[in-house]
Design a protein around this ligand. Structure first.
Ligand code: HEC
Length: 163
């Protein structure tokens, strides 16, 4: 029984769950990511028009807090997003539309997984996007690294730890 418990505990620690893997990087949705700690929040305007939370596993949180660069292998950073939704009750409370909150999920869930050997050709990061739990296509995954290269000086990660 004790051994079974250890095995069950170890499986998620590898960072890979059941489900389909993404093209190119072969990443599956990491189990338990929704309960990870907060690195920061973001808001995208224009067509994206969303509210975001950037979460990290323990390795990501420690490195973010301490400003460690490059991030160590095993780091996983998650980017969740929801529609930027007006809160109706706020109009009543303030007499005008004042408050915006997270509506339904949109723009998928994204992950960056650090493995400096496996992903050597993309700065040590594997990139993954899931829409409704399904991996996005290869074309989508080809866009990640070129754009994140703008943050090369910060190990390809844009968001800083929000204290
Ligand atoms: C056109 C530029 C662009 C593309 C393409 C892009 N990103 Fe990003 N990404 C950003 C910017 C800017 C941020 C920071 C602002 C934010 O969080 O919205 C970000 C944030 C992130 C974060 C949170 C960590 C961080 O760097 O702050 C993750 C994880 C992420 N992106 C993954 C991906 C994945 C996976 C893909 C491809 C499927 C992708 N991104 C494609 C620009 C891009």
């Amino acid at each position: 029984m004790a051994l079974a418990g250890v095995v069950a505990y170890m499986a998620p620690a590898s960072g890979q769950a059941d489900g389909e893997a993404t093209p190119i990087f072969g990443i599956k949705i990491p189990p338990g990511y929704r309960d990870w700690k907060l690195i920061s929040v973001a808001h995208e305007e224009g067509n994206l028009n969303d509210l975001r939370a950037i979460l990290g596993n323990d390795a990501a949180i420690t490195a973010s807090r301490e400003g460690t660069l490059p991030f160590p292998d095993g780091t996983i950073i998650a980017r969740l997003a929801w529609s930027y939704a007006p809160l109706e009750e706020s109009s009543k409370a303030f007499g005008r539309l004042q408050s915006f909150v997270a509506g339904p999920p949109r723009n998928g869930v994204q992950f960056m997984v650090k493995d400096s050997r496996k992903y050597a050709s993309t700065g040590g990061w594997g990139f993954a996007q899931f829409d409704d739990g399904k991996p996005a296509d290869e074309a989508v995954h080809n866009t990640c690294f070129p754009c994140h290269s703008a943050a090369k000086a910060r190990d390809f990660v844009f968001n800083r730890y929000a204290p």
